[in-house]
Design a protein around this ligand. Sequence first.
Ligand code: SAM
Length: 304
Amino acid sequence: MTRHISVMPARAIELLNVKPDGIYIDGTLGRGGHAGLILERLDQGKLYCFDLDEEAIEESKENLKDHQNVVYIHDNFMNMNKYVEHVDGILLDLGVSSPQFDEAQRGFSYRYDGPLDMRMDTDASLSAYNVVNDYEEEELARILWQYGEEKNARRIAKKIVENRPINSTFELVEVIKSALPAKVLSRKGHPAKQSFQAIRIEVNHELDSLKHFLESFDEILNVDGRVVIITFHSLEDRLVKYRFRELSSVHDDLRIALRPEEVEKAPYVLLNHGDKADEEEISNNRRAKSAIIRGIKKVYGKDC
Ligand SMILES: C[S@@+](CC[C@H](N)C(=O)[O-])C[C@H]1O[C@@H](n2cnc3c(N)ncnc32)[C@H](O)[C@@H]1O
């Protein structure tokens, strides 16, 4: 099975500033790469790990078996407030892990032939098969356009509807290709990449989970607590950037002059303005190429 190489591990840990006795959440456990680094820094503290994918949890249990102070939760990170009342830091490393991508049976990849699945949570009822074969043409076009930023969304949606039923990832790739003009097909990059991304986001409600999290993490984050998020495409990064800006809309230098009721409106400070991986990391891990990491720190509020 493909190994997952964690993205920007040192920067993530630096931004999270793990306190040995703190309570932390890794909302996207994957194979436990970042979680292991957090656990190494904990002494009396505790780490709660979430993943929608049961396989990821089982493998991480094995990878992290030397650590005691870790709790595994098979659920969406957007539900974290149901399990934990107060935390000192939360890490999200969004999207799909390499083992998910590279296992043909999971149906995430246009590179391998497999069933149209793409569910992170294999208990979920909606799969890529349902999206591809059951959605109205209009709705499909909207998803391809909004979540894949696919310029030929309408043409692709039309071809998909004409060619139903579509049963496998390779069949879908062929249908997508047949909808695209030669000029687009000759460009660098896989012609089905954006459509696959869009369908995956729809199947796993990825943007809804992120939005819900961004609106609710404040309820459980202690003062001095941090949230660090790694995103892999502009739709996710935009959501994080605007929410972080909204929560910290006062420049640090001005904060000292604010009246308490004004600080209340901007209870956070930005820890950075979106860092990218360096060339060396990108040359060792192609997933790092599109990654952006952002952090925010809570400076005002009541301790949860
Ligand atoms: C990029 S991988 C994380 C890799 C991990 N940081 C590491 O270093 O090994 C993302 C993981 O998050 C999970 N995931 C994505 N969205 C999720 C959500 N909303 N709730 C819970 N888990 C999610 C995926 O199943 C996948 O295992």
